[in-house]
Design a protein around this ligand. Structure first.
Ligand code: ATP
Ligand code: FE
Length: 347
């Protein structure tokens, strides 16, 4: 099998060619960070337009780099949700055009399934395993029992960790994206000087909350400014260190519970926040303690990309699934097989 995978659900336009053996022949990612920089977040209309403009080129480049002709493909996989609807629609239309034009099967993929199945693409791991998806837009524990069999064990009830890192960086006037800036400052700071809350840690279950952490950091910053007339470099570093430590502790403790509940031999992570060294180390320690393996795919496959979509498409296709030209873009699309059907959602 050889699949083309198309991803356009957020601010990356991506296309990739992947084989049934999990070889990534090409993976093109065109980031829109520069387009949204001045707005302090992704602007849906700008994203949709940029995707529409860039998709054809990304697909062409992916085919060229892989040395693959359209007629050699076995199918076209595309993110059909969840995400920003304009971007998802642009991707779905592009995929339909290619599939119809070349007479290829079309496979709609859930973006979260793409992330969740990545450990099988990179390391060929077997089911079942536990996946912590932790990015700028998501934070959830999934028990993965099959390519279409996901159980959500818990997740954030408010902000996603990446979003919280980005907001903290903004508060402290550090460069965006916030995660890497905060991590660099934290490395030079004292994590014990400030005491930040660990919301929901005292409650059972695997749900998480991060907005209180952000509010507490804001109050601390304002207090320091009121007392000292400004922020010293040391304050910034100590605040980042305290924030990162709190974040790592929350994720690690909830991962401990999720592992105990899931009883699986592997903990895998995906999402941009998985790049954080302190968080990674804390999760790895928890996995080791539970006698589970820990797996963090390479960062370029942890963040949004087309290869994970091609692979998830291959996995769905192997189970005998494909979609018709009526494949719809879905802004919301819970992965969990136990989730209540969404109003207005497809099947
Ligand atoms: P999604 O994948 O959920 O649709 P996204 O595009 O925002 O959303 P990613 O590209 O996976 O997500 O990750 C980006 C996020 O990861 C940003 O919020 C960024 O601050 C965060 N991040 C990146 N590197 C680090 C790091 N070293 N430490 C903490 N956070 C990080
Ligand atoms: Fe993503």
């Amino acid at each position: 099998l050889i699949f083309l995978g198309i991803e356009s659900s957020c601010d990356d336009t991506a296309a990739a060619i992947v084989t049934g053996e999990g070889r990534i022949l090409s993976s093109v990612v065109s980031s829109q960070t520069d387009l949204h920089e001045d707005f302090g977040g992704v602007v849906p209309e700008i994203a949709a337009r940029a995707h529409a403009e860039r998709l054809d080129r990304a697909v062409e480049q992916a085919l060229t780099e892989a040395g693959t002709k359209l007629r050699e493909l076995s199918g076209v996989a595309v993110t059909a949700g969840p995400g920003l609807i304009g971007g998802v629609m642009a991707g779905v239309m592009c995929a339909k055009g290619i599939a119809a034009g070349a007479g290829l099967p079309l496979v709609g993929v859930n973006h979260l399934a793409g992330h969740a199945l990545t450990p099988r693409l990179t390391d060929g791991v077997d089911f079942p395993y536990l996946m912590l998806l932790v990015s700028g837009g998501h934070c959830q524990f999934l028990r993965v029992d099959g390519a279409q069999d996901f159980t959500r064990l818990g997740g954030t009830i408010d902000d996603a960790p990446g979003e919280a890192f980005d907001k903290l960086a903004k508060l402290l006037a550090l460069p965006q994206p916030g995660g890497p800036s905060v991590e660099a400052e934290a490395a030079l700071g004292d994590p014990d000087r400030f005491d930040l809350p660990r919301p929901l840690l005292d409650r059972p279950g695997c749900d998480m909350s991060f907005s209180g952490l952000k509010t507490a950091a804001l109050r601390l910053r304002d207090r320091l400014i009121a007392e000292q007339g400004g922020l010293h470099q040391r304050d910034r570093r100590d605040l980042c260190a305290a924030f990162q430590t709190a974040m790592a502790e929350i994720l690690a403790e909830k991962a401990r519970r999720a592992l105990a509940e899931a009883r699986v031999p592997l903990l895998a992570v995906a999402g941009g926040v998985a790049a954080n060294g302190a968080i990674r180390a804390a999760l790895e320690a928890v996995a080791t303690e539970a006698r589970a393996r820990f797996l963090a795919p390479p960062l370029r496959l942890c963040t949004d990309n087309g290869a994970m979509i091609a692979w998830a498409g291959i996995e769905r296709f192997r189970l005998g699934h494909s979609d018709g030209m009526d494949l719809a873009a879905r802004p919301r699309w819970p992965l969990d097989r136990h989730a209540a059907p969404m109003l207005g959602g497809g099947k």
